[in-house]
Design a binder for this molecule. Structure first.
Ligand SMILES: [Zn+2]
Length: 106
């Protein structure tokens, strides 16, 4: 279990770094960091915590930053997130209880 915790910590660090790198404008490098995090997750069989999983595009691995790589729209209680790099979309149903948020596949 200790090994898994170390991997999880590394994954979180990589995602945070990638977001910072993307903010500096280096999208290509940022994607490499996310890819590395995803690889660690797969090889170590460690799940990426949901909070961090939502920080990048699952199709092209670009960190999603509103106004830079991501567009957000809210339409009748549904949050639509669009990746501006590959146009991948994901919808989230907005509910009062945050934990009850359900992801719907689009
Ligand atoms: Zn994308």
């Amino acid at each position: 279990m200790r090994r898994k915790n170390a991997i999880r910590k590394r994954i979180i660090e990589l995602i945070i770094q990638s977001v910072n790198i993307a903010k500096e404008g280096n999208i290509e490098l940022a994607r490499e960091y996310v890819k590395l995090a995803v690889m660690y997750s797969r090889k170590g069989k460690v799940k990426i915590p949901l909070k961090y999983k939502r920080m990048f595009c699952r199709k092209c691995y670009t960190p999603l930053i509103v106004g830079l790589t991501e567009r957000r729209r809210i339409r009748s209680k549904i949050l639509i997130r669009t990746c501006l790099i590959c146009n991948w979309q994901r919808r989230y149903v907005l509910t009062r209880d945050k934990r009850a948020n359900k992801e719907s596949k689009s």
